[in-house]
Design a protein around this ligand. Structure first.
Ligand code: ADP
Length: 264
């Protein structure tokens, strides 16, 4: 049995007493070291889930546990050490004047000794293939490179889960590809849970499991292949199945048709 890392139990959330519920009885588990994609149309509640995962928000109903510990005002500081987040806008995430200063910043705040810091800067910049840019000023980097540095800065703190909340949304196709490749390498090489949050079905293909959100509820929880098979229903909730998945489906149907013909 896989060990549960994050547990949402009947979680409901609203931004104010007068406001509508934006999450309604949401329950799911994220297991240790797995890659889960959370997908849903804009406004379906994905970012709210991300903020609940590191105690930026607290639910009015239900419970969230991380490593078995309920997320509360008291436990939140410990929990934030385990949860690393990368957001949409790469420009809002830089504090250092060079790439390596930036990666060092979070570690300095946590009192990581200097020797260890130097070692980790090397490790994480290698992991995101940015080792040649240590002394570059962040504003000179492309969008994809900036997000890779943002990922490195989070990895340097050694979180148990890395959450990317629409981290590719502002990037061009090349930058998007870079990030998805980086994320996939990290997942292969580290013992870390990975949660990628997106409204683009194209980005869920490599995840082990997909949680599909619709209007604040869990609509489906399945493998990418199982989710893609529901392409008509997905379209109704505002999600377009990528062309490549439709093509694969058509080819499969075609193959079946050919092999069912007598071979004479
Ligand atoms: P997603 O990430 O899927 O786009 P969000 O979690 O950002 O969805 O938003 C879910 C719902 O909550 C939306 O209807 C959104 O308008 C609302 N919402 C998000 N943030 C706030 C806020 N700070 N105050 C009030 N409503 C909010």
């Amino acid at each position: 049995m896989r060990e549960i890392f994050i547990e949402f139990r009947d979680v409901s959330f609203r931004y104010g007493e007068e406001q509508a519920w934006v999450l309604k009885n949401v329950s799911f588990n994220i297991y240790k070291d797995e890659w889960v994609a959370i997908i849903g149309h804009n406004g379906s509640g994905k970012s709210t889930i991300a903020k609940l995962m590191n105690g930026l928000l607290f639910p009015q109903k239900g419970e969230i546990r991380i490593n078995g510990v309920p997320v509360t005002e008291e436990s939140v500081w410990d929990i934030r050490k385990q949860v690393g987040m990368v957001f949409q806008n790469p420009d809002n995430q830089f504090v250092g004047t060079t790439v390596q200063d930036d990666v060092a910043f979070g570690m300095e705040n946590r009192g990581v000794p200097r020797e260890e810091m130097i070692k980790r800067i090397d490790e994480v910049l290698n992991a995101v293939k940015m080792q040649d840019y240590r002394l570059t000023e962040p504003h000179r980097l492309s969008g994809g490179q900036k997000q890779r540095v943002a990922i490195a800065s989070v990895l340097a703190i050694k979180p148990e889960v890395l959450i990317l909340d629409e981290a590719t949304a502002m990037l061009d196709p090349k930058g998007r590809k870079e990030i998805m490749r980086t994320v996939s390498d990290i997942q292969d090489q580290n013992e870390i849970s990975l949660i990628t949050i997106t409204h683009d079905l194209q980005e869920v293909t490599q995840a082990e499991r997909v949680i599909v959100m619709n209007d604040g509820e869990v609509w489906d929880e399945a493998t990418p292949r199982e989710v893609f098979a529901k392409k008509d229903a997905l379209r109704k909730i505002g999600l377009d199945v990528p062309f490549i998945a439709i093509l694969a489906d058509e080819l499969k149907k075609n193959d079946l048709m050919i092999t069912s013909e007598p071979l004479n």
